[in-house]
Ligand binder design. Sequence first.
Ligand SMILES: Cc1cc2nc3c(=O)[nH]c(=O)nc-3n(C[C@H](O)[C@H](O)[C@H](O)COP(=O)(O)O)c2cc1C
Length: 353
Amino acid sequence: MTLGRKGRRRAPDVDLSVSLGALQLPNPIIAASGTFGHGAELAALCDPGAIGAVTTKSVAVFASEGNPPLRVAEAPGGGMINSVGLPGPGVDAWIAHDLPALEARGARVIASIWGRTVADYEAAARALKNVAHRVIAIEVNLSCPNVEARAQVFAHAPETTRDATNAVVDALGGAAPVFAKLSPNVTDLVAIAGAALDAGADGLTLVNTVMGLVIDAQARAPRLGAGGGGVSGPPIHPVALRAVWEVSRAYPGVPIIGTGGVSTGEDAVEMLLAGASAVGVGTATFLDPRATLRIVEELGAWCAQNDVARVRDLIAGLGADGLGENRLGENRLGENRLAGDRLTEDRSGGQIQ
Ligand SMILES: Cc1cc2nc3c(=O)[nH]c(=O)nc-3n(C[C@H](O)[C@H](O)[C@H](O)COP(=O)(O)O)c2cc1C
């Protein structure tokens, strides 16, 4: 072990490697789907081979146009709202033109797929089966309207989550691990995560964007062309942490890619402590194209400063009961109470004021 001047470990000595089930990654930082292009667009600015993995923009079995402009706008609190509508060239074109560019840069590729029907998911997975040895996993983006069920989003119900995930798992026949990417816009995420795991998912990606709306008051109109959109970036970090925390405690040991509002190394530490085995970074890349690499560096520095020799030791590291130091209902919370305020707890440790 190399020691710095104060006897602390220097960042290069920190072991950043993590396992996501059977997958081994050199570090836990993964570019989130839709925020790192389809292929190697960002490669000149940020070496895709130096981060844990790159999840590609979701592709369907068909080519798709996406939504009308404006597709992306700022959201309060340093966030972003988008309704891009999943434009893309289709899975065959992606395999022909985009995958080779990422492979050439040494990226570990997670291919993301979407569909409008269960059959679409199955067809996209079948197309990817032939190249399964060239990707490390398939991510199933379930935040898509199901045209066979009054446009209800697949990830908003356990049954449709199960059906679409199962179709992908069956079509791949074990050729690649499957990660189901779930939506935070639900009341019982644990039940929906359970449905994805029952259907054979090897792991989960938590979470996609939070449903929202931004309004241009002068124009008296929504800012986005499609009306509502999905909020991402720092404002959703606590939402994502809670999703990861609840699901990881319900299904200990299930690999989770914790995603939502991570823009610093310390945000990534929090995601690992909540129970994620790897950390997705999305919106931060729009602000700083090198964000994923910077977060790898900051994570290493945080570990070195805090005498953490192996980053994997942070995973689900909040303590035996999951509440750690900041135990709700004990003195710390009590000390912060203002006279006259009434704070109660919900069953899973949240505060209801
Ligand atoms: C512009 C934009 C496009 C996105 N496209 C996709 C997509 O194609 N598939 C998907 O599963 N998630 C997509 N996402 C969601 C992100 O992968 C991520 O789950 C979400 O933004 C939360 O992470 P963040 O706060 O770090 O951005 C997109 C997000 C943004 C901002």
